[in-house]
Design a protein around this ligand. Structure first.
Ligand code: SAH
Length: 390
């Protein structure tokens, strides 16, 4: 097997268990290495680090798959790993709909597999994992017997690896608009054209966290997408719910979902820019018992982090102003570039500017089918906060 030796002075990150090796951390690479090939990695002093896949075209040259020298990286290795992923989801009770494989957190870097009852959506976001795609299909067939598999590799990060953007069936074609059940409610999912893999599974547990605070409440939800939080609020007993999203397509889907659950008399959706509407409605003196915010990641790079901070502060400030005294703000942030500590600081600044006192009710992260590895920052990305606004 080809060898890679790391530089003498590198950060402790790799030693502590982080699976990525950057180009500037590499001292030597054996000749004639093929992109995507499995290599053995050693520290400068000759100590074994692990085995992983390499792509010299990418800034992240190697992503480690194992720290165990005895592991042979072959088809059976990946089938076993996916078997372990499934065992874990069964243990924590996330089986019907779940993220079956959460990349780095499941020791399968850059592989994402979402399970929507009997349908599976795959993303292989680096060349070295993309090469094993047919093995993943085989693993799914052996372990969970899918009714259908779909590839959502229309993700721009693939370009950094020299991979094409593509999507399509990896099984016999099926109707890509499916229905799932979450917490007893039904949702249409558009596997083919929906955002990301079609549905945000990472908020499953957080949607349950609003159960009590929305009873009898007038609720506003911004960044509703397919209306999952809003429809949960309606079914948990809210008096009325208004959901807004800038995308007309999302609003249409959300409205369909409300009908699917016979909740269309309680919850309705509008297409609008949340920044404009929340500002306008504050001026008009509107008030709600619960305001829910689930904005997209306002930035994807560290260079423009300030943009994200400004966006989160602005929207949370507007949200707080719309909450009746004693009501609740339910607010999320899904970028790992904003740490939990920074997120709370932003919220605190927003509260000061809004001149409102706040109490933390719930502060948690994504659902446990997206486990967090403390050494790998990017696995700890979602912040979910419920505040009481006094
Ligand atoms: N709450 C959803 C996920 C929201 S994803 C769920 O649980 O499934 C973020 C959403 O914000 C996207 O649907 C996107 O269309 C919407 N969005 C982005 N910018 C917006 C803006 N300025 N105003 C309103 N919605 C916006």
């Amino acid at each position: 097997m080809k060898k890679v030796v790391l530089k003498k002075k590198i950060s402790q990150r790799i030693g502590r268990g982080h699976p990525w090796i950057f180009a500037n951390e590499v001292e030597t690479i054996d000749n004639e290495i093929k992109a995507g090939e499995i290599v053995e990695v050693f520290f400068y002093d000759g100590k074994f680090v692990g085995k992983g896949y390499i792509n010299t075209r990418s800034q992240i040259v190697i992503r480690l798959l194992t720290r165990n020298r005895k592991d042979e990286i072959n088809e059976q290795f990946f089938i076993d790993r996916i078997g372990q992923c499934w065992e874990y989801r069964k243990k924590i009770g996330y089986t019907e709909n779940c993220r079956l494989v959460f990349g780095e957190a499941d020791q399968l870097p850059q592989l994402v597999i979402d399970k929507f009852n009997d349908y599976f959506v795959i993303q292989t976001l680096a060349l070295g994992i993309d090469l094993w795609k047919s093995t993943f299909i085989k693993a799914l067939q052996e372990i969970v017997q899918p009714r259908g598999i779909y590839e959502r590799n229309d993700v721009p990060v693939r370009e950094l690896e020299g991979l094409p953007l593509q999507k399509g069936f990896l099984s016999v074609p099926f109707d890509p608009k499916i229905i799932i059940t979450e917490n007893g409610l039904k949702f249409y999912i558009d596997i083919e054209n929906g955002q990301k893999t079609g549905y945000f599974l990472d908020q499953q547990a957080n949607r349950r966290a609003i159960e009590h605070i929305v009873k009898g409440a007038e609720v506003l939800g911004a960044f509703a997408y397919t209306g999952t939080f809003e429809i949960h609020a309606a079914s948990y007993g809210a008096k009325s719910v208004l959901g807004i999203d800038i995308s007309e397509n999302a609003t249409r889907q959300a409205t369909e979902n409300a009908k699917l659950n016979h909740l269309e008399n309680i919850v309705r959706f509008e297409s609008a820019n949340a920044f404009d509407k929340l500002k306008q409605w504050t001026k008009e003196g509107r008030l709600y018992d619960v305001v829910m915010l689930d904005p997209p990641a306002f930035t994807k790079s560290r260079e423009t982090i300030q943009k994200a901070i400004t966006g989160y502060k602005e929207i949370n400030l507007r949200g707080m102003k719309l909450v009746r005294p004693g009501g609740f703000l339910v607010t999320s942030s899904c970028t790992n570039l904003v740490s939990p500590e920074l997120f709370l600081q932003i919220i605190q600044m927003a509260a000061m500017d809004a001149r409102r006192k706040i109490r933390q009710v719930v502060f948690q992260t994504q659902s446990p089918d997206h486990p967090v590895i403390w050494e790998i920052e990017s696995t700890h990305y979602l912040k979910f906060l419920i505040l009481q606004i006094l």
